[in-house]
Design a protein around this ligand. Structure first.
Ligand SMILES: Nc1ncnc2c1ncn2[C@@H]1O[C@H](COP(=O)(O)OP(=O)(O)OP(=O)(O)O)[C@@H](O)[C@H]1O
Ligand code: SF4
Ligand SMILES: [Mg+2]
Length: 330
């Protein structure tokens, strides 16, 4: 199996279940980019799963594959009891009402010819939800909630907005559909700290009131720690560690890559985690065209042994609420 295990999947009724997801790209030179290689996770109703890892590790590829935009090379994605891979094109489009995504690059994800009022109401109009006046009222209300004055932005097009304002229009157009699952791909990156706090509060309210489930993707642990119930740490298309967010502050032994991420978060690094020594932090991600054998982190890992080159580690339960894929973590 290409994957890094499924020990962390739960038996409850998950809202989203992803098993052994594989995403690959063909380059012009005929190579295969192994962007995601056997990633599994689940998200319960009202739960937020943070996905963290450095640039190029495959976070956005996971997000798009969950939405089937496009479908993954292999693996299963279930929204509730519905297996997306078994749906025809029409049913798949309908399933996306319940499953919304805010893309990492908001400007290019918005149709440049459409005005904000149309962008935000588009989904509800297509699916004939409510009357024209109720759709308009809902759009104005959600724009206000994301910190945009509807009277100011209503008739503007994306090129008349800043990157941060486009980001908020994207969030508004996803939230107005009242989805069961919201995928947020680096949504805070282009926003001021005060707007970030406002949006996080809005998402927390939706979690509490509507049991909204979320995938919350970011580069760094500090951002995901704030909103997530559970965190999945990715490295070069694989899962290193899955943990309840409270485990971050407990004196447990983390995956060496998680330790590297923790060292770059001042508040969290006050916890008693053994640092990873050496120059791992300064090294680049290896190429996903020819990833290292065995454990993909081994070329940067100060604890690597011969076994790590020969045998891929699978996720195993370690502390309560913690699953780690590493031969050396006790
Ligand atoms: N359309 C594509 N064609 C070829 N390679 C791609 C394509 N999209 C992504 N990749 C490659 O797949 C890998 C994973 O990319 P992805 O965008 O999923 O990473 P990411 O974790 O979201 O990074 P970032 O934090 O920078 O957004 C990278 O090596 C990337 O270069
Ligand atoms: S399996 Fe080996 S190379 Fe991978 S993280 Fe653990 S010790 Fe390091
Ligand atoms: Mg990305």
């Amino acid at each position: 199996m290409a994957g890094t295990g499924t020990a962390h999947l739960r038996e409850h009724d998950a809202r989203l279940t992803v098993e052994d997801l594989v995403v690959e790209f063909r380059t012009k030179g005929g190579h295969t980019v192994r962007a995601v290689s056997g990633v599994s996770f689940d998200v319960l109703p009202g739960e937020t799963l943070g996905i963290v890892g450095e640039s190029g590790c495959g976070k956005s590829s996971v997000a798009r594959a969950v939405m089937h935009l496009p479908a993954p090379v292999s693996g299963r994605v279930r929204l509730g009891s519905v297996s997306l891979g078994e749906l025809d094109a029409g049913a798949l489009r309908r399933s996306r009402v319940a499953m919304q995504i805010v893309f990492q690059d908001p400007v290019s994800s918005l149709n440049p010819r459409r005005k904000v009022k149309d962008l935000v109401q588009e989904g509800a109009s297509i699916w004939g939800q409510g009357s024209a006046s109720s759709r308009s009222a809902a759009a104005r209300s959600v724009l206000d909630a994301v910190g945009l004055d509807p009277d100011v932005v209503w008739n503007r097009r994306p090129h008349e907005l800043s990157g941060g304002q486009c980001q908020r229009v994207s969030i508004a157009r996803a939230l107005v559909m009242e989805p069961e699952l919201l995928i947020c791909d680096e949504i805070l990156a282009s926003l001021d700290v005060s707007v970030q706090a406002q949006l996080l509060n809005l998402l927390r309210t939706a979690k509490g009131e509507r049991r909204l489930s979320m995938l919350f993707i970011a580069h760094d642990l500090a951002a995901v720690k704030n909103i997530s119930d559970r965190v999945l740490v990715m490295y070069l298309g694989k899962v290193c560690e899955v943990l309840d967010v409270g485990v971050l502050d407990r004196p447990v032994t983390h995956h060496p890559y998680t330790r590297l991420l923790l060292e770059s978060v001042p508040v969290v690094s006050a916890s008693r985690v053994a640092p990873v020594r050496g120059s791992a932090a300064a090294q680049d991600l290896p190429s996903p065209i020819d990833p290292p054998s065995g454990c993909r982190f081994r070329t940067r890992c100060p604890l690597a042994t011969d076994r790590c080159a020969a045998e891929e580690p699978v996720l195993e339960a370690k502390a309560d609420g913690q699953f780690v894929a590493c031969h050396e973590v006790p």
